[in-house]
Design a protein around this ligand. Structure first.
Ligand SMILES: O=C(O)CCC(=O)C(=O)O
Ligand SMILES: [Fe+2]
Length: 281
């Protein structure tokens, strides 16, 4: 049963209970109360069955984010990116509560409020010899109110070029095991870069369990480390590193994130690439 239908049932039961307490046997009043509760539920569900965000909430969130100085909640975040860039760590760095809580909440509100046209489907499969993956992606220019978030993550790169996007995983979405290695040619300077540090900000609300999918699985060692979706968690690692995102099985919760890479100029000696890699710059 979906959360929405559980909620609907709970509402109907509550309405029935109250009616019975108030005036047993008054069918008319009971029917009226049920109608009212259904109306309230429709309002809460919104027109497309997803949680709607009011213009006031969006406005508040946007001004909260615009006033942010871009400072993360912990120095660990900056230190992790530096260590990964300099190659002095072999860990996947996982930092909970990365941004100030009010900022993370504002980001989440704005992500939820992004119009459907801002998202485009990113898909790959064995047929076109790209990495098997599926999710919705949103470029920086399609989410202008989230610019301070992109700026804050770019700041962590200390002036190095970055390639960052927003992601939204729905039921069935995920990414098969891959190592993130790819070359990226930037429009702004026509130069070719390689991905040096992978950065991800996990922004999934709600309680997620391993069986709900959407888990980031670190496969760098023989024993995989499984990270179910979380809210306001920063992850960084040096590329290449084998990892995957398991397919989301939950139907009613979106797994939002900001993901991307700190880039560096391509090394002179070209590295050999294995086949089957998608390139998302
Ligand atoms: O969202 C994540 O946890 C990781 C995403 C990822 O591996 C990628 O986009 O290459
Ligand atoms: Fe990846």
């Amino acid at each position: 049963m979906t959360k929405a239908s559980m909620w609907a049932r709970a509402m109907a039961r509550a309405s029935l209970d109250t009616t019975q307490e108030d005036s047993p046997g008054d069918e008319k009043q009971y029917a009226q109360k049920r109608k009212t509760s259904e109306k309230a539920m429709q309002k809460r569900k919104g027109t497309k069955g997803t949680t709607q965000v009011s213009p006031d909430e969006v406005k508040r969130a946007a001004s909260e984010l615009a006033a942010w100085d871009g400072e993360m909640a912990h120095d660990d975040v900056q230190n992790a990116v530096r260590a990964c860039a300099s190659g002095t760590t072999s860990k996947m760095h996982v930092i909970p509560n990365a941004m100030p809580t009010a900022i993370a909440e504002a980001v989440h509100t704005l992500l939820k409020a992004l119009p459907e046209r801002a998202w485009c489907t990113s898909k790959g499969d064995d047929d076109d010899n790209t990495l098997v993956h599926s999710f919705a992606a949103c470029a920086r220019e399609d989410a202008p109110q989230l610019a301070p978030l992109f700026d804050a993550v770019e700041k962590l790169a200390g002036g190095a070029k970055c390639s960052l996007q927003l992601a939204r995983y729905s039921q069935g979405d995920g990414i098969a095991p891959h190592d993130d290695m790819a070359e990226v040619t930037l429009d702004e300077d026509g130069e070719t870069y390689e991905r040096r540090v992978a950065v991800v900000l996990h922004l999934a609300k709600g309680n997620w369990h391993v069986e709900d999918g959407g888990c980031l699985v670190d496969r760098a060692d023989s024993r995989p480390v499984v990270l179910p979706p979380a809210f306001n968690r920063f992850v960084a690692f040096t590329v290449p590193r084998l990892h995957e995102v398991t397919a989301v099985t939950k139907g009613h919760e979106k797994r939002f994130s900001l993901f991307g890479w700190v880039l560096r100029r391509r090394a002179r000696k070209k590295r050999k690439h294995g086949g089957g890699r998608r390139n998302r710059s």
